[in-house]
Design a protein around this ligand. Structure first.
Ligand code: AVI
Length: 320
């Protein structure tokens, strides 16, 4: 899931994930230290993200579910039956039954990089919808994907819930929307979740919850670096910080040094001054205009937009 988890794993002679090491060593050498958000999602990180979706302050998952539950008739009318639903980064596919139940699709194609997870979720879903052909595809959806031949002639609906698009900077988001357009083809539609700009206090609480689960999610990245890359980062001297960046309309997660630090990663030495941070994630928030601009730049024409009852989150239907 996310900007997240999108590369096949290539290991070196010592069994170290090469791309992870390269991203971390390059990122820690920058003036603003940064590690790409996709490395947050090892097994522990994926579980912590699932836990985040249950904390009271993290509203996006509940708000999106409310839209999916309350707009079933709209989906039936505007999307209609007979489409192959292609879910990008399907993960555990928890929101999918709400959509499939509304539109009577001809097939379901979950796409995910994590093969085991993907097949287990596909089996669960097939059990819930007997008679619906399910064709899981293990793929990096950041690039155009060749869909199974069985769905070649069917009109497609892309499904990309969760506001994962918000974890990408605009250029990457546009590239992804264009590649989805190529994967799905002419006549396709896209149902995409996007979180909304709101009171920064509400946003910061959602990304720095009182139970400290988001802090654990963020700190887990430093633990992963220590474990997988022979790091000596003093994790207990780092503090999780969630910041609202108003210029870029995004929540940023950082790991902040609480004192001057020195550590090693893969044999290289790094130093952080007290107060210096490692930037670990962006979560962009949108308004209607920025959503439409992004979708149009990515080759999609917005058709309909739904908000939850608290105006916190949106689902947008767009056509190719
Ligand atoms: C996966 N993604 C949409 C989440 C978000 O809200 O940006 C990841 C997350 N990071 C901290 N909390 C949740």
């Amino acid at each position: 899931m996310s900007e997240a988890g999108l590369a096949y794993v290539e290991l070196d002679e010592e069994g170290v994930n090469k791309a992870f090491r390269q991203d971390v060593l390059e990122g820690l050498a920058q003036r603003q230290k940064a590690v790409p958000a996709r490395w947050l999602y090892d097994d522990a990180g994926s579980q912590l993200f699932e836990d985040i979706t249950d904390v009271p302050e993290y509203y996006p998952t509940r708000a999106e579910r409310e839209i999916l539950e309350s707009r079933q008739q709209d989906f039936a009318r505007l999307i209609g039956p007979g489409r192959a639903v292609v879910e990008f980064g399907s993960g555990s596919s928890v929101k999918t039954p709400l959509l499939l139940g509304a539109i009577d699709p001809a097939a379901y194609v979950p796409l995910d990089i994590a093969g085991d997870f993907l097949r287990a979720a596909a089996e669960d879903l097939a059990a819930k919808f007997p008679g619906l052909p399910v064709y899981p595809v293990e793929a990096d959806f950041m690039k155009p994907v060749k869909l199974p031949k069985e769905v070649a002639e069917l009109p497609k609906l892309g499904f990309f819930p969760g506001s994962t698009i918000g974890n990408m900077v605009a250029r990457t988001a546009v590239d992804l929307l264009r590649s989805m357009r190529e994967t799905l083809g002419d006549g396709s539609k896209l149902l995409i979740g996007m979180d909304l700009i709101k009171d920064p206090d509400v946003l910061i609480a959602a990304y720095d919850d009182s139970r400290g689960i988001t802090a654990e999610f963020n700190l887990n990245l430093a633990r992963r670096i220590n474990r997988e890359l022979g790091g000596t980062i003093p994790v207990d001297r780092l503090r999780h910080v969630a910041r609202w960046n108003d210029t870029f309309a995004r929540i940023e997660m950082h790991l902040e040094a609480q004192e001057d630090l020195e550590f090693e990663v893969s044999g290289r030495r790094f130093a952080m001054q007290r107060g210096e941070t490692i930037h670990t994630e962006n979560s962009h928030k949108f308004d209607r205009r920025s959503q439409y601009t992004l979708l149009l730049a990515g080759g999609w024409t917005p058709e309909e937009r739904w908000l939850d009852s608290g105006d916190r989150f949106s689902l947008i239907l767009a056509s190719a």
